[in-house]
Design a protein around this ligand. Structure first.
Ligand SMILES: [Zn+2]
Length: 384
């Protein structure tokens, strides 16, 4: 299957970048609403409508939700690319619609999406609310899961740029998890079904992004949606869209999430026999938080009476400014950093640090600085 071509044919061009709100997706949902697919299933804390989009008539039921964390929009883009594929009338689309019934909730947390926050308008992390169900959004997802009774749940997220696939210099561009259903992280039939799908998606992704797929930590937390649904007997796959070099808009990662979604579905409809791919699942390297956006090495700092040679770790903060996200480089660590990597690395070769203030770097600072006489660092990047 030519996934690259399929992606380009299916891509929802009107969705771009990191800031995706209800206002952006509503016209697309309305345009795709040919056969009563679209339903308002509930409201957010601030009264925004939460929608489901259902399509297909097959016996295998898949529940997909995205943006339960409002600032995690990459998978929402990929979900719309998938909806376009399903509406394309192609042979593949027909096959998928005969095999599957999809119930998609493309934006579970529209308030958080608007504010570009992980949490909802009551400042609750919805993915830690699945036991107390204190929020309308989490209660809604729990209700839909119970009514729809899916064969698979797809729990779509973004992860930060800090993760590597294992202890390597490869960013975890995509990461997966088959969540645990109990404290001892036992493996049962439910988890095996999720793991098998992950292994199939990983096999395909390795052809495109070798070494850039990670496995998320399976520590048990019943407050999370995935752990709760696995515990209730619904195989659940957590998708994490992560960093691809220089792709801060996550337009490249979006493609790999689309490829993962399609290849996972293809695997499910081509494989009736229940096999056990758990070994292959655990061979996927675990996500390790060892990256920063920038590392500057060998910077000389003049303190009162002494000089030290040290290293800077700089991380982008994502700030919502007038309908778009600005990436603001912020100094987050000074020190050894021997076990960390930078997505961008620069050797200052013992040039002296200076800035327009005190010439003493401070954690949390986000102003530009100088290295020696001829390098100015502007928003994290050196201008020589
Ligand atoms: Zn998330």
């Amino acid at each position: 299957m030519n996934f690259e071509k399929l992606f380009l044919e299916s891509k929802q061009e009107s969705l771009f970048g990191r800031y995706i709100t209800l206002e952006n997706i509503l016209p697309i949902l309305n345009a795709l609403n040919q056969n009563d697919n679209l339903k308002v299933i509930g409201k957010s804390v601030e009264g925004k409508e939460i929608h489901s989009y259902s399509i297909g008539s097959g016996s295998t039921k898949i529940l997909i939700w995205s943006q339960m964390h409002g600032n995690e929009s990459t998978t929402t883009k990929a979900l719309f690319d998938l909806l376009n594929l399903l509406n394309s009338g192609s042979e593949l689309a027909e096959k998928l619609l005969i095999q599957f019934t999809f119930c998609c909730i493309p934006m579970l947390n529209p308030d958080g999406a608007e504010k570009y926050t992980r949490i909802n308008a009551n400042e609750v992390d919805l993915n830690r609310d699945f036991q107390v169900l204190s929020q309308p959004e989490s209660t809604l997802l729990r209700r839909i899961q119970s009514e729809f009774n899916p064969d698979f749940c797809y729990n779509l997220h973004d992860q930060r740029t800090i993760f590597a696939a294992g202890e390597t210099k490869n960013p975890a561009t995509v990461a997966f998890l088959a969540p645990s259903y109990n404290e001892s992280r036992e493996i049962n039939e439910v988890r095996i079904r999720a793991m098998n799908v992950i292994v199939a998606m990983n096999d395909v992704l390795q052809k495109y992004i070798p070494g850039q797929v990670g496995r998320f930590d399976d520590g048990f937390n019943l407050n999370c949606a995935g752990d709760t649904f696995t515990n209730l007997g619904a195989p659940t796959v957590l998708f994490e869209a992560g960093h691809f070099p220089k792709d801060y808009d996550r337009e490249i990662t979006r493609k790999y999430i689309f490829i993962a979604l399609v290849s996972g579905l293809k695997y499910i409809y081509e494989n009736d026999i229940v096999c056990n791919e758990t070994d292959k699942y655990f061979n996927i390297p675990q996500n390790k938080p060892i990256f920063y956006d920038f590392i500057y090495k060998n910077i000389k700092i003049n303190y009162d009476n002494r000089q030290i040679i040290t290293n800077f770790a700089i991380q982008f903060k994502e700030v919502l400014v007038e309908n778009h996200i600005e990436f603001v480089a912020t100094l987050v660590d000074i020190g050894d950093l021997n076990e960390q990597f930078g997505h961008f690395e620069f050797d200052a070769a013992e040039k002296v640090y200076s800035d327009d203030w005190t010439n003493i770097p401070k954690i949390g600072q986000n102003f530009d600085f100088y290295l020696g006489d001829n390098v100015k660092v502007v928003n994290g990047l050196p201008i020589v």
